[in-house]
Each structure stands twice: as C-alpha cells, then as structure tokens.
Design a protein around this ligand. Sequence first.
Ligand code: PEP
Ligand code: MG
Length: 325
Amino acid sequence: RTQRFAEMRDRPATTRDGVEIDLQINAGLLVDLPHLEEAGAAGIGLFRTELQFMIASTMPRCDDQKRLYQAVFEAAGDKPVTFRTLDVGGDKMLPYLASVAEENPALGYRAVRLSLDRPALIRTQLRALIKAAAGRELRIMVPMIAETFELKAMRDLVDRELAFLDRHGYEGPSSLKIGAMIEVPSILFQLDQIMPHLDFVSVGSNDLFQFFNAVDRGNPRVANRFSDLSPGFLKALRSIVEAGRRNGVPVSLCGEMAGRPLGAMALIALGFRSISMAPPSVGPVKEMILSLDVGAVSELVNRLIDEAEPVTDLSPILADFARAN
Ligand code: PEP
Ligand code: MG
C-alpha cells in the first residue's frame, strides 16, 4: 500500500473525468515539513502556528517565531503556505498565559477573540510572519471569525505592522492574502457580506461540525452521534462553495473530513476543488480521486441532500458508490 501511494506521489490528483483537485497538507511543527515532499502535496493549506506556543514553556519571542516561519517557507519552496494566526484558548491552553476557568471553553475566550483582546501578542506574531515572508507571498488565515468586524480589526493590525516594518526598511511580502476560517455558523449567513473583504476562505469542518450540531468534538459520548455526511451539514458546506463562486473567492477545507476518502468524495461532489489534510491521508485520498467520476458523484450527492425524504447519513451510499467505481 505504502509502495502504491509512493508511486502515485508525482501524479497530479486528477479525477477520471479530468477534474484537477488541489491536495494540500496540514502542518504545525518543523517535523511535519518533510511530509510536504513525501506526500507530493501542492502546499500547506493549514499551518497551525499555535503548536509552537503550546510546546514552549515560555512565550516564544518574535525572533523564535520568525525563525520557524522562515524554515517553513524554505521547506515549502515555491509551494503556497497558509499560516493560521494563533488559535489558542478553548482546549488549547498556554501554561504561561494567565487564564480564567470557563464553563464552556469551546465557546469562550479563544482564537481571534483572544488575539483582538491582546494586541501585543498578535502584533508580535504578525510582525514575525511579515519579516519571515520577505519577498514571498504571505497568506494569513484568521480562525473562528464569527462577525465581519473581527476580520476588519485583524486587517487593521496587519496594515499597521506592514507600515511599521516598511518605515524601518524591511522588505515586505511580495503579496499579501488574508483569509478567514469558516467554522462558526453565524458567518454562514453573512458570506456575501464578508467575502468581498477576503482573499480566500478555508472551512474548519471540525469546529463547524461541533457548533453546527452542538456536539463537543472531544466528548466521545456525543461526538459520533451525528455524521458529517448528513444532508444538513453537507448543505451548509455547499452554500460556502456557492458563495465562493458568487464572490470570486477561492474556497478550501482543512478539517479532518477532508482526509477521509468518503469525506473528500462528498466534498468534491459539492464543488470543493481544494482540500487540506493530515499528511498520511494524501495517499488514500489521491487514490480515491484517480478513480472518481465527479459528474456522477455530484449528481448523486446533490440529489440526495435535496431529496424530500431525507437520509440521515450518506456514508453507506457513498461507500457503495465507491465500491461500484
Ligand atoms: C477545524 O476546526 O476544522 C480546524 C481545521 O482547526 P482545528 O482542528 O485546529 O480547530
Ligand atoms: Mg478550528
């Protein structure tokens, strides 16, 4: 199997009916970087910058952050890298950052909420990113965006750092792209309002699923009670693809479902053409893609999720489809 995936590494991820799918990897530490080449991925669709903070015993300084980001750029070569700004709080606590116990940490003081509240923290990170990106394209992605004002506030911070570094004679990035993670349901209903202010979006299906179904993703008593291949959730995902098309904004997805061949199949059926996953998933997902008929699976999935008689979980139907392919 491993041998087979290695042989597929340099083949583009093109479906049987000729649709090219952009497969990227999720990463977060230096040890992840060799996987980019090994998996034959097209880029890093999600770089979880909080991991450096989580394994440190004291707050990483600007220079430490910059060094990591430079190493990431170096390893990526010409391939794009999407850096997610700090996604701490909730279940990702930093021992050296004072915190207050919360009744519902997943719904609490975390991600962009914490960043906007602690401008020194986020400005240091943005400064490290901009310095590391000298002469290269910088893609910054903001987690847990629930309202448009959060994005505007983050963009203001980025602009201030760019101006600051420019005044001090630093070479800026060759281009700057700012994106948002779509992982809070409120933003699903404001996609046409926020997309004009975005260069790209990536769906965080892990958190979106958790909030969409009101199930704690880490609680085994409820986590498997609902399927991410249910008509309701798939319709939500389809609405993001459609909004992306309407607004000319590239849409990707970087949650765990992209790494399951059936999950990836459903996403492609809904119109996703770019997905990002844990490195070991690239081989199995690419294998699925090479034999996939997008026309047929799109027809099937769209028909099922629009049907009046609902199915609660498309998994068995998609598994049958995959076997018949
Ligand atoms: C997600 O929520 O789907 C995601 C990719 O981010 P994380 O799993 O790090 O919250
Ligand atoms: Mg998330």
